[in-house]
Design a protein around this ligand. Structure first.
Ligand SMILES: [Zn+2]
Ligand SMILES: [Zn+2]
Length: 262
């Protein structure tokens, strides 16, 4: 039982902080919070993402490229451009690694310094020591609480948690599902109630309203991370007052997209 609870908590907490902090806050700046709360979120993102923690800077740059070049040759992860999921993930890993090591020719508009940075924490994803350390920690947990040997087959999910979430969102979010809005890319809404990836699978809505912290657009759609953000805003941990809310009707106006190309 402890193994299943651990798996569910690790999965949900990891994708929650990836979505709410790295994506919505770091890459898009969809809402604001104080520097102290930013530190708390940064630390929680590091803790919950563990062995697959990503540098907020490299993530922001890569993600902004994804929005600007969605489903074109220059998109870091497009299922339309790549023959299969594996090749798409390899390309993403290559570009992420190159950005991290300063070997990628990043357009200045993607690297504007508007992303969170905490060198002490962010340095942990440079080598292999921390990712392996986290992997060992997950294994030790399984050694302590697994009730049968086959449960050890679940360990790779913990080791590869971030890439698994990325594969689901980036592949199926541009491949499978329905579209609310016409766009030049192939973004889709895969699940109307996206508990699996905390709202990240509303790719079609999100590409249309890139600056809205709410990824749901229609009455039947629920974005769990946005519900959590509303609660956090009520208790004044985050501030959503300046955020651009998406509206199903009337349709989008250019003023809803303050950062050109994102
Ligand atoms: Zn997308
Ligand atoms: Zn985005």
């Amino acid at each position: 039982m402890a193994i299943w609870i651990f798996l569910v908590i690790h999965w949900q907490a990891s994708v929650f902080f990836q979505s709410v902090y790295l994506h919505r806050y770091g890459a898009h700046g969809q809402y604001t919070m104080s520097k102290s709360w930013e530190r708390v979120f940064h630390l929680l993102t590091w803790l919950t993402n563990g062995s697959s923690y990503l540098s907020p800077r490299a993530y922001a740059i890569m993600h902004r490229m994804h929005h600007a070049y969605s489903d074109t040759e220059r998109d870091p992860h497009s299922p339309v451009q790549e023959p299969n999921l594996f090749k798409m993930m390899m390309k993403t890993a290559r570009i992420y690694g190159a950005i991290k090591r300063g070997k990628f020719d990043v357009e200045p508009r993607f690297d504007d310094g508007r992303y969170p940075s905490w060198p002490l924490i962010d340095r942990t994803q440079e080598g292999w020591a921390w990712p392996i350390g986290w992997g060992v920690a997950y294994t030790l947990f399984y050694m302590a609480f697994a009730t049968s040997y086959w449960q050890f087959l679940l360990l790779p999910i913990h080791w590869m948690m971030g890439p698994i979430h990325g594969a689901i969102v980036n592949y199926f979010g541009h491949k499978l599902g329905y579209r609310n809005f016409k766009s030049s890319d192939d973004s889709r809404n895969t699940l109307p109630f996206d508990v699996l990836t905390m709202g990240e699978l509303f790719q079609n809505n999100h590409h249309k309203f890139g600056q809205s912290p709410n990824f749901a657009a229609r009455w039947f759609e629920i974005d769990p991370a946005y519900v959590a953000l509303r609660v956090l805003a009520t208790i004044r941990i985050v501030d959503l007052t300046g955020s651009q809310q998406m509206r199903w009707s009337p349709p989008i106006t250019p003023s809803l997209m303050p950062r050109e190309g994102l």
